[in-house]
Design a protein around this ligand. Structure first.
Ligand code: GAP
Length: 496
């Protein structure tokens, strides 16, 4: 198990990520990615796109500007409701998020408090400024959007987008027409979002600039249940923590059909199963480290009717932490934009006219990358990062056993050939053990070593990161073997 400091040290040492502008002491809530971090992040995004756009025939990736004018964000409710509760110390002026102060005092979550609730709890628990022990002033809502003044006059108010979702809603009508008026229609954006968080903390967990991967599924809630393969997943157990149990480290396995019996739409339960499959089967998250956490009426976002967070247990962050969410946003957004823009956003599909409802599958990319590092990194005698082979920044390391007798030339030729298919790295410096160690630490799943037997036509060795086992593979079979291991998910033990 890795602590937060272990992971940050690995991230900085091995080119994953670090605080932005750290040359100048850092910039709270902002992080930069290095060469391995960008590769890991991109591979996670590619897998996400492949998985979730694969859920529907008419699901596509689009893009939008990151600066949005004020009117759509007024219509969506963000100008008036996208707030967290801020409290300031009356003596030194230090500012805090009210629920974070209470969480630190009680080790429980306190989302969805009114200012009055927060004040009452702060008084009851005698919570004081953690810096100077001064009295805390009254809690007040603080809008988390970054405002901008666009143009030289500064009269056109705008904001950095607080979620990618609004970029999709603004483009729904155009895409609905371009995609020949079909529902369900899925539109996804993978891109940056910005929030002026009161207290950015825990590395990439609470950032002020971060990346979201969000799929908005536009649908008719009365027809959608028949358009997904719910019957095929009805018996699949879904890991759930009910709203009242969120502060416990536990979860139940609840068959999807029982969730429906409790009142969730069948299409909602179906998508919980698909999201769970992404985490367990594709990302390799252990079952007991994954769960959906239900949010009750007070806790869920102002636009949601049904809201379960996706949580992954991360020792570096102290337990189960949100990495995504499954949100039933109803027609809240399209109806709001129709009213504000005075454009018709209702559509006619078959005999029925409706404003489509939205099921949103929303994920924070940075939080998911951190979760992979947390679950994968085992510091110790061998510092190993156990990433799923497909997600590892470097897929294969190629080494000559020794730096003579023509072995470097032969290994370099294999590496050059690999570069067309995999992310390959060539390393001839230092003892072979040290080269394996360097690869283990960045999660490289396989290493190929050229030795004297290679020169006799007896193939190369392929070493697996996790078991450290080695097999001999003929050179002609090398690339297809690696392809099976990396892209088809064939276990190394099967080949060994
Ligand atoms: N469009 C819906 C939406 O934005 P959200 O729960 O506010 O919902 C979605 O955000 C996801 O974005 C979260 O589950 C989380 O993974 C990520 N996220 C939100 N705020 C973040 C922050 N300050 N830093 C890093 N990731 C964040």
């Amino acid at each position: 198990m890795a602590s937060y400091d272990d992971l940050m040290s690995l991230s900085v040492r091995r080119g994953f990520l670090w605080p932005a502008a750290d040359l100048y002491g850092g910039f709270a809530g902002f992080y930069d990615y290095g060469h391995n971090g960008v590769l890991l992040r991109r591979r996670w995004e590619d897998l996400w796109i492949e998985t979730f756009l694969g859920l529907g025939e008419h699901y596509h990736l689009i893009d939008s500007t990151t600066i949005l004018p004020e009117a759509p964000l007024k219509a969506s409710g963000h100008v008036d409701h996208f707030t967290d509760l801020l409290v300031a110390c009356t003596r030194c002026g230090e500012t805090y998020r009210a629920d974070h102060l209470l969480e630190a005092a009680t080790h429980e979550e306190h989302e969805g408090l009114t200012p009055e609730d927060a004040d009452a709890k702060i008084r009851a628990l005698n919570v004081r400024c953690t810096k100077c022990k001064g009295d805390l002033g009254p809690a007040r809502p603080f809008n988390m959007m970054f405002p901008l003044a666009v143009g030289p006059s500064g009269k056109d108010r705008a904001y950095l987008r607080p979620e990618t979702a609004q970029g999709v809603y603004l483009n729904f009508k155009r895409e609905f027409e371009a995609l020949r008026r079909r529902l369900p229609l899925g539109l996804a954006i993978v891109g940056r979002a910005y929030r002026n968080e009161i207290s950015p903390r825990q590395g990439t967990y609470r950032m002020r600039e971060f990346i979201q991967a969000e799929l908005q599924i536009f649908m008719d809630p009365e027809a959608f249940g028949d358009q997904v393969a719910y019957a095929s997943v009805a018996d699949v157990p879904v890991r759930v923590a009910w709203a009242a149990e969120k502060n416990e480290p536990s979860a139940h396995d609840v068959p999807a059909r029982d969730l429906v019996a409790r009142g969730l739409p069948s299409w909602y339960a179906y998508h919980l199963v698909e999201v769970q499959r992404f985490y367990l089967d594709r990302l390799g998250v252990p079952r007991d480290a994954f769960r959906f956490a239900e949010l009750d009426e007070r806790e869920r976002a102002f636009y949601n009717k049904v809201h379960f967070d996706v949580q992954v247990r991360q020792e570096s962050l102290g337990g189960f932490k949100e990495v995504g969410g499954v949100h039933y946003r109803t027609d809240h957004d399209l109806a709001g934009h129709a009213a504000m823009s005075r454009e018709r956003l209702s559509v006619t599909v078959g005999p029925k006219a409706l404003v489509p409802h939205v099921l949103e599958l929303s994920f924070g990319v940075d939080r998911n990358v951190w979760a992979l590092l947390d679950l994968g990194f085992r510091p110790g005698e061998r510092n190993v990062l156990r990433l799923p082979p497909r997600l590892a920044p470097v897929t294969v390391g190629v080494f000559p056993l020794v730096n003579k007798d023509g072995l470097p030339e032969r290994a370099a030729a294999i590496h050059r050939d690999f570069r067309r298919r995999f992310t390959s790295t060539y390393d001839e410096s230092g003892a072979i053990g040290r080269r394996y160690t360097r690869m283990d630490e960045i999660g490289t799943p396989f290493c190929v070593t050229v030795d004297h037997e290679t020169l006799e036509g007896k193939g190369v060795t392929v070493r697996e990161r996790d078991s450290q086992r080695q097999i001999r593979v003929e050179e002609a079979a090398l690339a297809p073997t690696l392809e099976r291991l990396v892209f088809d998910g064939v276990p190394f033990a099967d080949l060994a």
